[in-house]
Design a protein around this ligand. Structure first.
Ligand SMILES: Nc1ncnc2c1ncn2[C@@H]1O[C@H](COP(=O)(O)OP(=O)(O)OP(=O)(O)O)[C@@H](O)[C@H]1O
Length: 294
């Protein structure tokens, strides 16, 4: 079942572009990444989905319900962490969290305590006295306290230190094991690569690719580095799919895309002393893709 379905969603801000013709779906139980550079349209897509702003064209459903018509029902089952959190600073953290919990028909007391303990947040403090990172933690707890079936996170890790990011990812993985579907927007590719099953790439308001992370990596080049005992056969360079070839003494490095057996057969013909084959990380794939599309 698809938890989120987005059909040709378009949002213009007056004459300026927000998003154009955005379509993708998120399946039940997925951790789905939504990546793109600043201003690409991630927040606009998410805010349209949550009916915080209305689309200029197109439609979207969450749990099969229309995002605009059924917004109040959808909100009960969705946890949302906006990219920037703003609060009435004078309140105590616990009072704000209790207030947030009052919107749901369940007792969230234990859950709030567990989340605050896990994230190391002192809920007796005034929001005014919290650092940016600790304010972010309040937002995370607000988004998760009602054990939502769908968690939508817009740039969730900004402001969190590396240790806290790690805890936060563990928390999300636990939520996912509990059955929650997660939509995770980010411009930090390493975290998307680490957390997500599939990813949609957005550029200048348009989706340019939706792919499994594993496929995205498979379809792309691998990096080869070889050290040889003797000189190279010139024919080695004729293998289809070899690019960015660099030779220095008895070391050769190149990128390869295609049937890996072909290049392995070539390598078997020469006497080598060492061999390294590296997967590109998502960042390299992403840059490659953006350059190609530019
Ligand atoms: N309220 C607004 N009024 C006018 N234009 C807007 C508004 N909000 C966003 N935009 C424009 O819409 C486009 C998409 O912005 P959006 O905030 O959705 O991108 P984003 O991918 O979330 O980027 P970031 O990572 O910087 O938050 C940008 O060109 C932005 O300038």
């Amino acid at each position: 079942m698809n938890v989120i379905e987005i059909h040709s969603l378009t949002k213009n801000y007056g004459k300026s572009r927000g998003i154009s013709d955005v379509s993708f779906h998120v399946e039940e139980g997925e951790i789905f990444g939504f990546i793109g550079p600043n201003g690409a349209g991630k927040s606009t897509t998410i805010r349209t989905l949550l009916s915080l702003i209305h689309p200029s064209a197109g439609s979207a459903t969450i749990f099969g319900m229309d995002c605009i018509e059924s917004a109040p029902d959808i909100a009960k089952e969705v946890g949302y962490l906006p990219s920037e959190v703003f609060y009435y600073d004078n309140m105590k953290v616990i009072d704000l969290l209790k207030y947030s919990a009052s919107f749901y028909k369940k007792d969230c007391t234990k859950r709030i305590k567990d989340l605050a303990d896990m994230l190391n947040l002192d809920v007796t403090k005034k929001i005014d006295d919290l650092s940016l990172g600790n304010k972010k933690k309040v937002g995370i707890i607000q988004g998760l306290l009602h054990e939502p079936k769908l968690i939508i996170l817009d740039e969730p890790t900004s402001g969190l230190d590396p240790l806290m990011q790690q805890k936060f990812f563990e928390l999300l993985q636990d939520e996912n094991k509990r059955g929650a579907t997660i939509l995770f927007s980010s411009h930090i590719l390493s975290e998307v690569q680490r957390m997500c099953d599939r990813v949609a790439i957005i550029k200048e308001g348009r989706i340019v690719q939706v792919e499994k992370i594993s496929t995205l990596k498979e379809k792309n080049h691998k990096k080869f580095k070889i050290e040889t005992k003797g000189d190279f056969e010139p024919s080695f360079y004729e293998v289809e799919g070899v690019s960015n070839l660099e030779i220095k003494d008895r070391q050769v490095s190149f990128l390869f895309r295609g049937d890996i057996n072909k290049v392995m057969k070539k390598i078997a013909d020469i006497e080598i002393s060492n061999l390294w084959i590296e997967e590109p990380d998502l960042e390299e794939i992403f840059m490659h893709y953006y350059e190609k599309e530019a």
